[in-house]
Design a protein around this ligand. Structure first.
Ligand code: NAD
Length: 368
């Protein structure tokens, strides 16, 4: 059997620093678990612009379409602020998402016990939290036409259009139901069916898919504004939340903060299955390139490491190995290992990016 292929696009700022630790974890799986990957690396974002004058070359895009999964670090930085919009580092990332048609963005919000005091909410509200927000990523108001700023009479009018086709709703609903079956078997769908026709259709289609294909999964609906309140009040009532692009953008960021630092948050973006049955997939930490700490060995690599754990689970069907890696991270945090972003007001001595990598590898060693 050939090894599954991984394309690493480390990107800019702390991207290469955190990805270096993921490379060590990938090597560990080869050495200790016989789980080998065919790894290649390429440039994205500002790094690609510096080398080729574009934030993503056609060759890199073609490679991303061929591999089993893409692992991305982060893109962006102050050097590129004045570039034309079409050349900005972020365009590289958007092109990958668009051309790979990654319509389901999975954002877990998981609270590690050792970090429960980091949340702005009370410990008992967040301790043990483990929810997954599935955000539709390729349609909705960020893409709908007409859009623009027009002038009518002596007034300017800003226009964006929320537009969802039945098939766009159906495919992301299926992703959410499939995920729920691997978790606690509950989906809550969020929209604004009370004031938006796109929300009325969203609810209808989710109900139809549920009745026809997933009646074993518990389904509920909530208006997205009420959902936002419930997420802050008692987030543990949820398992999988499925929602559109705009609401998902807001709800996933709010949920992320339930769990503390940006340096802890992984994500996956999944598309349709490829010929080999694996979904088109890109895994990346939620954080950006953190120019304020880049090059100083301060970045927390855990978000990127947990993104690789998601790749193990969702692209390579290695759920047990994914759990092993997540448990290793949990053990390291329980032992008190903290990069600077994880130090509370009481302070302490932070460890470096590579020392956090050392600690995770030691915990992996201890797990076998
Ligand atoms: P950011 O996520 O890069 O940083 C926000 C804050 O969190 C900073 O103080 C940073 O030091 C800290 N932080 C982020 N990740 C960390 C980690 N792993 N460990 C420790 N601390 C961490 O967001 P920003 O400052 O708004 O943006 C910086 C650049 O990144 C911009 O160019 C922006 O466009 C880009 N960006 C890229 C992505 C992406 O690649 N997916 C996402 C967001 C922002």
């Amino acid at each position: 059997m050939t090894a599954p292929s991984l394309l690493i696009l480390a990107g800019d700022g702390i991207g290469p620093e955190v990805m270096a630790q993921v490379r060590r974890v990938i090597s560990w799986y080869g050495d200790r678990r016989g789980l080998n990957f065919d790894v290649s690396e390429d440039l994205v974002g500002g790094a690609a612009y510096d080398a080729h004058g574009v934030p993503l070359t056609d060759e890199t895009m073609a490679k991303a379409q061929e591999v089993d999964a893409v692992l991305l670090g982060a893109v962006g930085g102050p050097n590129y602020d004045d570039l034309d919009f079409s050349l900005k580092p972020e365009r590289g990332l958007l092109r990958l998402r668009k051309e790979m048609d990654l319509f389901a963005n999975l954002r877990p919000a998981q609270c590690f016990d050792a970090l429960a005091d980091f949340s702005s909410l009370k410990r008992d509200v967040v301790a043990g939290l483990d929810i997954m927000i599935v955000r539709e990523l390729t349609s909705g108001i960020y893409f709908g036409e007409p859009r623009g700023i027009i002038t009518e009479g002596n007034e300017r009018i800003g226009i964006n259009t929320q537009r969802y086709t039945e098939s766009e709703i159906a495919r992301v609903a299926r992703s959410a139901f499939e995920l729920a079956r691997r978790r606690s078997n509950k989906v809550c769908s969020m929209e604004k069916a009370n004031v938006m026709e796109s929300g009325v259709l969203w609810r209808k289609v989710v109900n139809e898919i549920h009745a026809a294909e997933y009646s074993d999964v518990e389904l509920s609906h909530m208006y997205a504004d009420a959902g936002a309140m419930q997420l802050c009040r008692w987030p543990k009532q949820f398992d999988v939340i499925v929602t559109d692009n705009l609401f998902g953008d807001l709800l996933s960021d709010a949920a992320a903060m339930l769990t503390g630092s940006l340096g802890m948050l992984p994500s996956a973006s999944l598309g349709a299955p490829m010929a080999n049955g694996r979904p088109k997939a890109m895994y990346e930490p939620v954080h950006g390139s953190a120019p304020d700490i880049a090059g100083q060995g301060k970045a927390n690599p855990i978000a990127c490491i947990l993104s690789f754990a998601m790749a193990l689970r969702y692209s390579f069907d290695e759920g047990e190995e994914a759990t092993r890696l997540e448990s290793a991270v949990e053990a390291v945090l329980a032992q008190g290992a903290r990069t600077a972003d994880l130090l509370g007001p009481e302070g302490g001595t932070p460890i470096s990016t590579s020392e956090m990598g050392d600690a995770v590898l030691a915990a992996l060693d201890a797990s076998v």
